[in-house]
Design a protein around this ligand. Structure first.
Ligand SMILES: *Cc1c(COP(=O)(O)O)cnc(C)c1O
Length: 391
């Protein structure tokens, strides 16, 4: 093997960018520097910590304003948001849903919560998300349209929706995917769990799908401890989402009437208070993330055999989780590099395992996944916390 690429050299470059001293540098840790303390204290002082309180509505309003999506419904986590998006997209028992094999397990799990069947598609090198060209060619082969519905000819099951995952915050090429959805009568859902602060062309992510899911888990760009949101520009869907996620209770001062099987998915007020403090300073967060990405890019530009992944021409990314891509001939250096960085206290991570390799999804339908399989071997995520990009 050509030894031009040297693990020790990469570690020293990372240490340089990260100004590594003693202690660990996590992959991603939260930053609290806004009014989080004051807002959470207010919840404790007033006793409004749980399912009712002013911060839930305030957080939803701030999310809608920030993203430009008309309606936001705050929920307990991103997985619950995904579940409700799919349910409202009409995914039912036995329906297939197209989603990338390269994603976090929650995307595929949420399909199963609806009784749906994940159908895995390949990724694009440019975006790390669904490859539109490959999806188009595949659907042309395997589907037929009958009475306005798309069917998988091989399984004869309906295909209902496409989930576009904005991997590590990098926007998927949505226009060609929207065209495919139109042609094949599929509902587009965005898994924007990682993409708050990321734009596709002139609009924030979450505006393109009929519904979209965001996450505010502790490792995401802003956090509510645990939390998520459903975003949509459709008023009826927004109302239904609110109803379903709040136990489907019919509003009334005291009577407990619920008109369908609902979910207890509402975000508690104390978590929303944290979220209000966080989203007020998100512009600063994004700026620092982009500064850090710029530093990484600069340093790795000179290095043969490994590439720092940057946003596509159509995108403005939040650079939520930065990554290096090993060239094909160096995939063997991945594990030594993970080991060496961990030994230095720089926490790095490989790609998720592709979904079709997990026990519960082994039997699911899938297309040729050669790009995703290649990416899986070559991705190394590197530290990306907000403070690391401070001036
Ligand atoms: C984090 C994440 C989720 C799930 O969000 P939780 O809040 O952890 O439930 C879903 N999809 C992707 C791509 C994610 O990164």
């Amino acid at each position: 093997m050509n030894r031009n690429l040297d693990v020790g050299h990469i570690v020293s470059l990372l240490k340089n960018v990260l100004k590594k001293k003693d202690g660990l540098i996590p992959l991603h840790q939260p930053t609290f520097r806004g009014k989080e303390w004051a807002y959470v204290k207010d919840c404790l002082d007033t006793g409004w910590v749980s399912s009712v309180g002013k911060y839930v509505g305030a957080f939803e309003k701030k999310l809608a304003e920030y993203t430009g999506v008309e309606h936001a419904i705050a929920v307990v986590n991103g997985t619950a948001a995904m579940h409700i998006c799919l349910k409202l997209a009409g995914v039912e028992e036995g329906d297939e849903v197209l989603l990338p094999a390269l994603t976090f397990v929650a995307t595929a799990n949420a399909v199963r919560y609806c009784g749906g069947i994940p159908h895995f598609v390949d990724s694009d090198w440019k975006s790390l998300g669904i490859d539109p060209k490959k999806l188009q060619d595949y659907l042309k082969d395997i589907t037929l349209i009958r009475q306005g519905c798309c069917y998988n000819k091989q399984t004869m099951r309906p295909i209902k929706a496409v989930v576009a995952v904005h991997t590590f915050g990098h926007p998927v090429d949505l226009d060609p995917i929207l065209a495919i959805c139109e042609k094949y009568k599929l509902v587009l859902i965005e898994d924007a769990a990682e993409a708050l602060g990321s734009y596709y062309k002139d609009k924030h992510t979450g505006n393109w799908g009929k519904l979209s899911a965001f996450s505010f888990n502790g490792n995401k760009i802003i956090t509510t401890g645990g939390g998520g949101a459903i975003l949509t520009n459709d008023l009826i869907l927004a109302k239904t989402a609110k109803h379903l996620t709040t136990t489907a209770k019919v509003p009334h001062p005291w009577a407990f009437v619920h008109d369908e099987v609902g979910y207890n998915y509402r975000l508690p007020n104390i978590n929303a208070a944290l979220g209000c403090g966080q989203i007020e300073v998100i512009d600063e967060f994004i700026q620092e993330k982009r500064t850090l990405a710029q530093k990484y890019r600069q340093v790795f530009k000179e290095v043969q055999g490994i590439t720092f992944f940057t946003e596509a021409a159509y995108a403005r990314s939040n650079y939520w989780l930065n990554l290096l891509l090993l060239d094909e001939e160096y995939v063997g250096l991945r594990d030594p590099l993970l080991l060496a960085t961990h030994e230095e206290g720089i926490l790095t991570r490989p790609s998720w395992s592709l979904m079709h390799k997990l026990a519960m999804f082994k039997e699911c339908p899938r297309m040729d996944l050669s790009a995703a399989q290649d990416l899986e071997q070559r991705i190394i995520n590197i530290p990306s916390s907000v403070g690391l990009g401070e001036k």
